[in-house]
Design a protein around this ligand. Structure first.
Ligand code: ATP
Ligand code: MG
Length: 221
């Protein structure tokens, strides 16, 4: 057996996550579980789609040299994926424990821009889906809702989702979002980048869109 199980670390609405070793390497086994309340066929299709999406995105990140788990083994029949373990713990825990260094929000903004610069929106940037340990940069995980896109709206929404979570769950970190924005804008904020899918919005355009989204959301509240 390549996989040596060391136990369950997470049971979520969409997935069960176990920790262990794969050929001796620290690894994570993620099994997508269909939600029972939906129509079973539709359910299977959606679950499979999320697994496919996550694999496709992980492969692209590897190719583009962006820090992310590596796929070690894939079993589509069992909806299981074994990926390399990323060091650190979910940022939500470090924020609650008060052990983050100030730089983490800035670095996070930079990393989100790196994703956008290769035409990927993460789709679910919560502090559960960011792993961090002292002395390292944060790493984004969980790509079941990610997509290939060059739309400024998708990138703006990525930042807005994070902003909502920061203000709802971590209000004591005042100025966190300003740091995320500063990190996002820290590399060539006005460069128009040409990727195979088309021209990407500049970092400044994305931040402007974030401001529009905020206004829109407030207006609807
Ligand atoms: N590569 C990894 N390295 C280290 N820890 C991981 C890794 N992948 C997942 N985890 C841990 O497992 C947790 C859940 O994984 P993930 O976010 O991928 O699943 P999920 O889709 O959010 O599940 P659900 O949405 O059902 O809660 C993460 O928050 C993290 O703590
Ligand atoms: Mg998650």
């Amino acid at each position: 057996m390549l996989w040596q199980d060391e136990g369950m670390i997470h049971i979520g609405a969409e997935a069960e996550v176990r920790i262990g070793r794969w050929l001796g390497l620290p690894a994570i086994k993620k099994t997508r579980i269909p939600r029972t309340w939906r129509h079973p066929d539709l359910d299977k299709r959606l679950t499979k789609r999320r697994l496919d999406v996550e694999c496709k995105i992980l492969n692209k990140l590897l190719k583009e040299n962006i820090a992310a788990p590596r796929i070690l083994e894939l079993n589509k029949d069992e909806m299981t994926m074994i990926i390399s373990k990323i060091e650190g713990s979910p940022l939500i825990e470090s924020l609650q424990a008060g052990i983050v260094d100030e730089n983490v929000f800035f670095q996070l903004g930079k990393i989100i821009r790196n994703f956008h610069e290769i035409g990927i929106s993460h789709g679910d940037i919560s502090t559960n889906n960011i792993l961090w340990q002292a002395g390292s940069e944060p790493t984004l995980i969980d790509f079941g809702l990610s997509k290939n896109t060059i739309e400024v709206e998708d990138f703006g929404i990525d930042l807005h989702v994070l902003e909502e979570i920061l203000s709802a769950s971590h209000p004591e970190y005042e100025g966190a979002m300003e740091q995320v924005e500063a990190g996002y804008l820290s590399q060539s904020p006005d460069d128009v980048i040409d990727i195979p899918a088309g021209l990407l919005p500049t970092a400044n355009e994305v931040i402007k869109r974030l401001q529009d989204i905020r206004t829109r959301v407030r207006y609807h509240d």
